[in-house]
Design a protein around this ligand. Structure first.
Ligand SMILES: CC(C)(COP(=O)(O)OP(=O)(O)OC[C@H]1O[C@@H](n2cnc3c(N)ncnc32)[C@H](O)[C@@H]1OP(=O)(O)O)[C@@H](O)C(=O)NCCC(=O)NCCS
Length: 202
């Protein structure tokens, strides 16, 4: 799905306030701490709670392997002033049950409410449409996850209504709002300005 450009760990995305880079082994402590918070994990389908170090180590290795193979792209989010310090994750992975690949993300709670998710996720959306031939991106948020639904709406995603989706780490199916963004909608929006993307580095 992803081209050679993103398959090497020197690949980085720069936004106004953030770096998006491949996750590495040194990020494990930050992920355990930030994604281990129930306020974060509870809104996601895949992050267990409690979250242990072994699970996180496996996640980082899997993310790097899948990125090398071009199967998916998972990026650590960090402030430009502290590029080694992970504050969140944004990723795009195949989804056999949806019209197109699935976009997922989280930020640690100390970083909420400053537009950082919109900036990071917007840059990832920009990179996806700019560097892959993909025609559609999908996402989904729990009905009660107003912040996440708002992030997707701000980036031009259209609601496709509600549906039950599997949330294996939450123990079953949960009601969600499903979203999609088509390439032609993204093209019309002039997404560069919306995403705050500055450059990609390879
Ligand atoms: C969803 C999440 C990534 C948002 O991060 P963030 O950096 O705070 O998001 P932003 O600041 O870019 O945007 C949030 C928007 O939601 C709005 N919002 C936040 N809480 C809200 C609420 N309870 N009701 C309505 N709107 C809300 C904010 O006002 C903002 O919109 P605005 O710019 O129009 O004012 C973060 O809350 C998170 O990591 N949550 C846990 C994991 C998660 O939900 N991941 C997504 C799974 S689908």
């Amino acid at each position: 799905m992803f081209p050679d450009l993103t398959r090497d760990d020197v690949f980085r995305i720069e936004t106004r306030r953030l770096w998006l880079r491949w996750p590495c082994a040194k990020d494990a402590d930050a992920i355990v701490q930030l994604a281990g918070d129930e306020a974060v994990a509870g809104m996601t389908a895949a992050i267990p709670h409690p979250l242990d170090r072994g699970t996180v180590d496996g996640f980082i290795l899997g993310a790097r392997r899948d990125a090398i193979e071009g199967r998916s792209l998972t990026m650590a989010v960090a402030a430009r002033s502290r590029p080694q310090t992970l504050i969140g994750i944004v990723g795009i992975a195949p989804d056999a049950d949806a019209a197109g690949p699935h976009l997922g993300y989280w930020l640690g709670t100390p970083h909420w409410g400053r537009g950082l998710a919109t900036e990071a996720v917007g840059a990832m959306v920009e990179a996806y449409f700019a560097y892959t031939p993909g025609t559609v991106l999908t996402s989904a948020a729990r009905i009660e996850n107003a912040a996440s639904r708002r992030v997707l709406a701000k980036l031009g995603f259209a609601s496709e209504g509600t549906a039950l989706r599997p949330f294996p780490a939450r123990g079953g199916d949960l009601p969600t709002e499903r979203f999609r963004l088509d390439r032609r909608v993204w093209e019309r929006r002039g997404a560069h300005a919306a995403a705050g993307l500055v450059a990609v580095h390879v």
